[in-house]
Design a protein around this ligand. Structure first.
Ligand code: PGA
Length: 247
């Protein structure tokens, strides 16, 4: 399966920074197109502008979250049809920073993923255990519970991406061993087999401290169909090295 390298810019970048990074990625893509799919997920304020800069390139645009409702009295929220309208093809839902900081439940994440599908977006549903859960050897049951509760029920082939992001690996510089990554990704694949029509078409991304140095090793693990990259996606050269490691 062609891998997907997705950059999650999180709450980083003013207009000038975002535009400079997008231009840098577009010029790299024109010079040496990687043999993977590419996605950037900028903050909501930059979506429309980055979308126009990416137009005609092979780099897709995604949102970092969406509301479950298409419109209405939800101050501060952004809906899935708004993301689509801004040029997005994907939306990240259930990132651990949303689950923790905004108390999002599995049911909320499922509603958001379903809203994304309804608007014609491909949801990237994030799951992953905390350090305490990993220490208690609950990582599989935690990820299994999140998959059972957060995956949209109507996902068909190619319409869904799952990201395994151990919370303790995000932004910490710590990553699981390749054996640990392989264990969870194989488990997620097996869970998908129980739930979706075409489980082998669902890309399972690894996320959490992926960088230019460790990308090749992580992307070489079985059932790792790409990466969700935070910090290292803010640097064009690092993101490009990761993208090339996916080819
Ligand atoms: P990180 O973030 O690469 O900075 O660890 C990954 C993520 O949270 O998606």
């Amino acid at each position: 399966m062609r891998k997907l390298i997705a950059g999650n810019w999180k709450m980083n970048g003013l207009r000038a920074d975002g535009a400079a990074l997008a231009r840098d990625l577009v010029s790299r893509a024109a010079k040496s197109p990687p043999s993977c799919d590419l996605l950037v997920c900028p903050p909501a304020t930059l979506l429309a502008e980055i979308g126009s800069l990416l137009a005609g390139s092979r780099i897709a645009l995604g949102g970092q979250d969406c509301h479950a409702e298409p419109k209405g009295a939800h101050t501060g929220d952004v809906s899935a049809p708004m993301l689509k309208d801004a040029g997005c093809a994907y939306v990240i839902v259930g990132h651990s920073e949303r689950r923790q900081n905004h108390h999002e439940s599995d049911a909320t994440v499922r509603a958001k993923a379903t809203a994304g599908l309804g608007a014609g977006l491909i949801p990237i549903v994030c799951v992953g255990e905390t350090a305490a859960q990993r220490d208690a050897k609950q990582h599989l049951s935690v990820c299994g519970g999140q998959i059972a509760g957060s995956l949209p029920e109507i996902a068909g082939a190619g319409q869904l991406v799952v990201a395994y992001e151990p919370v303790w690996a995000i932004g910490t510089g710590r990553t699981p061993t390749t054996t640990d990554i392989a264990e969870v990704h194989a488990f997620i694949r097996a869970e998908l087999k129980k739930r979706v029509a075409n489980p082998d078409a669902v890309r399972i991304l690894y996320g959490g401290s992926v960088n230019a140095k460790n990308a090749a090793e992580i992307l070489g693990v079985a059932n790792v169909d790409g990466a969700l990259v935070g910090g290292a996606s803010l640097d064009g050269a690092s993101f490009w090295t990761i993208a090339q490691a996916a080819g």
